[in-house]
Write a protein that binds this ligand. Structure first.
Ligand code: PMV
Length: 319
């Protein structure tokens, strides 16, 4: 085989995280500014498959004849080995002598879809190396399988937006609806620097639903309604109206207990510096927040986020 590489982008949930696990819609867009790239090249005979992740100083081996481990809480097995094993099983081939090297600019466990992007890039690289490339419709359910290992009960939004690399209006269990972004808009993304496993926040929200089904169900309904309003605003190009919707979505996420002091401080700093609206994005309690910002205000908002403690600030245009 010739050496090859495959990649997948990060993602941003614009509206509807957490409620989407419980049947409400959500809107997400790919984030091409951060990527996972996997290079595949032949390895010496008898090596089996080697997965190097130099960014996290980890190497994992898949030896011929090793079966799939039962469901395991080992995050590195689930992130690095499991996607490759799934790829080998769809190719119906024995373990090849293959070296896979992973590079990622997506921060881990911070709401930007690192797990799904890593799985998508690993499966793309492995299947292409075995001359069995998959189209996105075949790839998407495999990445969802990996997401289940990470999250327990993922909605499927991360794998969908990352595999198809298109903005998506997503309802769990239904085919993704691509939609049109009539007028591009700018987001400033601020990283708290604290990783927070989505599995935990999703499970805490589930406990909240079990304890107070009526109150929490009503919060989900409110989030769903604002996701519909946001879709209308994005499709009609009335971007200004998205800002207040983001602020309301953040307040509802606070009520779901998935914000944090640092996320609240970053959102507040962005608003004070002129952002039209701001909210946490993804699983919450850490990770990233997003601020809808007019192009002229981007430097001030980025500066305010850094001053409020953001460890990394990215600017991206959606649409
Ligand atoms: O934290 P992330 O990037 O994995 O986003 C998760 C989004 C949730 O709605 C919290 C969970 C899900 O599966 O949809």
């Amino acid at each position: 085989m010739q050496p090859l590489s495959a990649s997948a982008p990060g993602k941003i949930i614009l509206f509807g995280e957490h409620a989407v696990v419980h049947g409400q819609p959500a809107i997400a867009v790919p984030l091409a500014a951060v990527q996972v790239t996997v290079c595949a090249e032949p390895a010496p005979p008898g090596t089996g498959t080697v997965i190097h992740a130099p960014d996290v100083d980890q190497t994992r081996f898949i030896k011929p004849g090793t079966g799939e481990s039962a469901d395991t809480p080992d995050p590195l097995y689930n992130a690095l080995v499991y996607p490759v094993k799934l790829a080998l099983s769809v190719c119906d081939q024995p373990v090849p002598d293959l070296a896979l090297t992973v590079r990622s600019t997506i921060p881990i466990a911070s709401g930007l879809g690192s797990g799904a992007a890593l799985a998508a890039a690993l499966i793309r690289a492995t299947t292409a190396a075995l001359d069995h490339p998959l189209d996105n419709d075949a790839l998407n359910p495999l990445v969802y399988e990996v997401e289940k290992r990470h999250h327990g009960t993922p909605s499927g939004i991360d794998n969908t937006v990352i595999v198809y690399e298109r903005p998506v209006f997503f309802v769990r269990g239904t085919p993704p609806e691509p939609f049109t972004i009539t007028r591009p808009f700018s987001l400033v993304v601020g990283d708290t620097g604290h990783s927070s496993p989505t599995r935990l926040t999703v499970s805490d929200v589930r406990s909240l639903v079990d304890a107070e089904p009526d109150r929490v169900g009503a919060l989900f309904e409110q989030i769903g309604a604002l996701v519909h309003a946001a879709r209308t605003a994005i499709e009609s190009g009335t971007i200004e109206t998205l800002g207040p919707l983001m602020n309301t979505n953040h307040a509802l996420l606070q009520e779901l207990t998935v914000s944090s002091g640092q996320l609240d401080r970053l959102c507040e700093a962005a608003r004070r510096a002129g952002a039209l609206g701001a909210k946490l994005s993804g699983g919450g309690r850490g990770g990233n927040m997003i601020a809808l910002t007019q192009p002229d205000d981007i430097p001030a908002v980025a500066q305010a986020l850094r001053a409020a403690g953001a460890v990394r600030v990215i600017h991206t245009t959606v649409g």
